[in-house]
Ligand binder design. Structure first.
Ligand code: NAD
Length: 246
C-alpha cells in the first residue's frame, strides 16, 4: 500500500491534466451516509418512495420532509481531509483540473473547489415545477413544506436528479469538453460504486494509457477490474498523502 500511495503521489504530481470523479464515499468521513453501503440512506427507506418523479407527484410533502432532514444533517457536517486535498490539487493544476461529482452536497465547494460540476444536481437548489426556474435556498429546516415558488406560487422540487431522470446536461457537457479539449493524463475515481454507465464511460476515457486510472475505495466496484491502481482505503486517509500540504 505504501508503495502504491507513493506511486499515486508521483503520478498526480506529474500529470498535466487531471479529471477527478467523486461519489458518496468521499463525504462518508464527514458523516454523510452513502446510498448503498452498510448504514446507507437506502437501508431504511425504499428509494422509489423519495427519489422519483412519481413519488413526488404522489406525495410532495413526504418527499420534501425526507430532503429537509438531509439538508438539516448536511448543515451540521464539514468537509473532510479528502475534500481539502482535492481543493489543493485544483490549486496546483488550475484550468488543467476538473472535478465531476455525483454528490448533491456542497462539501467540495466548502473545501475550496471551484472547477467542478454536479452531475446529479444540488440539494441546496430548488426548482419551480411550473417555470423551471432554479434558486438557491440554504434554509434548513425549510419554513414551509413543500416550498412554493416565490413568483408564481407553484410547487418547488429539490433540484436533484431522481431515478429515471436525465443527468444534468450542463455538467455532462462541461465534462465532455474537459475530456475532449486536450489529452487528460490522469483520472482519479473516488468513493463511488461507478454503477452508472456514463460514470464508467468517463472514468475509462484514458484506457490503454499506462498509469492513467486510479481508484480510491475500500471496496471493489464496477470500475475496479479496469484501473491501473486501486488504493483500498478511506479517501480521507489516502488523498491527503497523495496531495500533501506543502
Ligand atoms: P454509493 O453509495 O453507491 O457508493 C459509495 C461508495 O463509496 C462505495 O463504493 C463505498 O465502498 C465507497 N466508500 C465508502 N466509504 C468510503 C471512504 N471513506 N472513502 C472512499 N470510498 C468510500 O454512492 P455513489 O456511487 O456515489 O452513487 C450513488 C448516488 O448516491 C449518487 O448519485 C450520489 O448522487 C448519491 N448520493 C450522494 C450523497 C451526497 O451528496 N453526499 C450521499 C448519498 C448518495
Amino acid at each position: 500500500m505504501e508503495h502504491d500511495i507513493q506511486r499515486a503521489q508521483s503520478l498526480a504530481d506529474k500529470a498535466e491534466r487531471v479529471l477527478v470523479i467523486t461519489g458518496a464515499g468521499i463525504s462518508a468521513e464527514s458523516g454523510v451516509p452513502t446510498f448503498r453501503t452498510a448504514g446507507g440512506l437506502w437501508n431504511n427507506i425504499d428509494p422509489a418512495k423519495v427519489a422519483t418523479p412519481e413519488a413526488f407527484a404522489a406525495d410532495p410533502a413526504f418527499v420534501w420532509r425526507w430532503y429537509d432532514e438531509r439538508r438539516v444533517q448536511l448543515k451540521e457536517v464539514q468537509p473532510n481531509p479528502a475534500h481539502h486535498a482535492l481543493a489543493r490539487l485544483e490549486a496546483a493544476k488550475g484550468d488543467q483540473f476538473f472535478l465531476l461529482t455525483q454528490n448533491v452536497d456542497d462539501l467540495h465547494e466548502r473545501a475550496g473547489s471551484r472547477r467542478l460540476a454536479h452531475i446529479h444536481g444540488k440539494i441546496w437548489e430548488v426548482r419551480c415545477t411550473r417555470e423551471k426556474t432554479v434558486r438557491e435556498d440554504f434554509r434548513a429546516p425549510l419554513p414551509e413544506i413543500p416550498p412554493r415558488c416565490p413568483h408564481c406560487g407553484a410547487l418547488e422540487r429539490p433540484n436533484v436528479v431522481w431515478f429515471g431522470e436525465m443527468i444534468d446536461q450542463d455538467a455532462a457537457q462541461a465534462t465532455e469538453l474537459f475530456l475532449s479539449r486536450c489529452e487528460v493524463n490522469l483520472i482519479l475515481v473516488i468513493g463511488t460504486e461507478s454503477s452508472f454507465g456514463y460514470i464508467l464511460d468517463w472514468a475509462m476515457r484514458t484506457r490503454g494509457k499506462p498509469d492513467s486510472l486510479i481508484e480510491i475505495n475500500p471496496g471493489d466496484t464496477a470500475l475496479s477490474p479496469y484501473v491501473d491502481l486501486h488504493l483500498k482505503g478511506k479517501a480521507g486517509e489516502i488523498l491527503p498523502r497523495i496531495v500533501p500540504e506543502r
